[in-house]
Design a protein around this ligand. Structure first.
Ligand code: PLP
Length: 383
């Protein structure tokens, strides 16, 4: 027996192997300073949980429209109009099983076998596999080079006649980089000139500490060529609920609706009522959380730099991505060393593409106490 050939080149995330090693250490009674995760440090807010319970008590437990319940899609459209300054109607919104599902549906909607997709690297690991699953080719655009030498020149350099789309993630995982408005405009101008689709990933839109978050679909001429993926996971600490959404115009919305219909037939109904409640959380509460993240970021980045692990201040998301080359140039070796000798769990940068080599990723979505303890353990090892 064999699986479909199209899955041969699709990988399983390395991050799973790291998680297993951490579980082994913990099972042996070793406390681990866990910086490897990608989840908010706080629990899902009570009103969101209460909305799900209420929905169940009121028997909101039957099939919902596969694109999402009307009140949620309407609330999402209003949020996109006000917070993201996008010109959207309710028909442009589809509810998905998290941001991951929105992205998968976007790649499946847009790509034909043999197409090329430009993606800024280092990148969030599953993206490569999602592109490969659509039988297309991921083409890495080194972000550092692009920012240094010019985004347009770099995109030009890596594009081919087969280029069909650009994956554009801001704020970025793993680097925490936030593209500026000028950079967004350059990407948009290139996409329009070359008639490309942009698949935008704004999972961390509410975690920007310096600069502004610009939704590329809000720029002139971009709404009709952009599919944007959003998630409730990060802003509202809802990683396990699996709810997100995609925004697109036709013909892409019909494509997304087909993929969602035949993959999941929509998101669990009580979860959608919980998501609707999440959207009524005031922006002031989101801003207060952002400040808590900022404190953690400043603490970790200062500590890493003091240890000689050179780290730029990430402008967004909740990851620090220090250079570890003065320990060893291979990030897998460094990550293993930090875990085995200091019980500090990180993710090797190479997992995020060749351009991530020489770095490891720390999440600072942890308690300030854990940051202090982790830095102390690193000081003992490296100091
Ligand atoms: C860059 C990026 N995009 C999208 C996602 C998708 O998250 P989810 O599927 O939980 O909504 C993540 C999660 O880690 C991410 O880091």
């Amino acid at each position: 027996m064999r699986t479909a050939k199209r899955l041969d080149e699709v990988g399983f995330s390395d991050i799973v192997q790291i998680r297993n090693k951490i579980l082994e250490l913990r099972a042996a009674g070793t406390p681990v300073h866990a910086f490897h995760g990608g989840e908010p440090f706080f629990e899902t807010p009570e009103p969101i949980k209460a909305a799900a319970s209420r929905a169940m008590a009121e028997n909101q437990t039957r099939y919902a429209p596969s694109s999402g319940i009307a009140p949620l899609r309407e609330a999402i459209a209003r949020k996109l109009q006000t917070r993201n300054r996008m010109d959207v109607a309710v028909e442009d919104v589809i509810v998905t099983v998290g941001g991951a599902h929105a992205l998968h549906a976007a790649f499946q909607t847009v790509l034909d076998p043999g197409d090329d997709v430009l993606l800024f690297s280092p990148y969030w690991t599953p993206i490569r596999d999602m592109i490969v699953m659509a039988e297309a080719r991921p083409v890495m655009v080194p972000t550092a080079t692009a920012r240094r030498n010019g985004i347009t020149a770099c995109l030009e350099h890596f594009s081919t006649p087969a280029t069909r789309a650009i994956y554009y993630n801001t704020p970025q995982n793993p680097s925490g980089l936030v593209f500026s408005r000028n950079e967004a405009e350059e990407v948009a101008e290139f996409a329009i000139r070359r008639n490309l689709v942009v698949i935008a990933d704004e999972a961390y839109e509410d975690l920007v500490y310096e600069g502004e978050h610009v939704s590329i679909a809000s720029l002139p001429g971009m709404a009709e060529r952009t599919i944007t993926a959003y998630t409730f996971s990060k802003t509202y600490a809802m990683t396990g609920w699996r709810v997100g959404y995609a925004v697109a115009k036709e013909p892409f919305m019909t494509g997304l609706r087909k993929i969602v219909l035949y993959s999941t037939n929509g998101v669990s109904t009580p979860t959608q009522w919980a998501a609707l409640q999440a959207l009524s959380i005031p922006e002031s509460a989101i801003a207060a959380r952002r400040e808590e993240y900022r404190r953690r970021r400043d603490l970790l980045v200062k500590g890493l730099n003091e240890l000689g692990l050179e780290c730029q201040l990430p402008a967004g998301a909740f990851y620090a991505f220090p250079c570890i080359q003065n320990i060893h140039k291979e990030s897998r070796r460094v990550s293993t060393l930090l875990l085995e000798k200091a019980h500090v769990a990180t993710i090797p940068g190479v997992v995020f593409g060749a351009q991530g080599e020489g770095h490891v990723r720390f999440s600072y979505s942890v308690s300030p106490q854990l940051i202090e303890e982790g830095l102390e353990a690193l000081r003992k090892l490296l100091g």
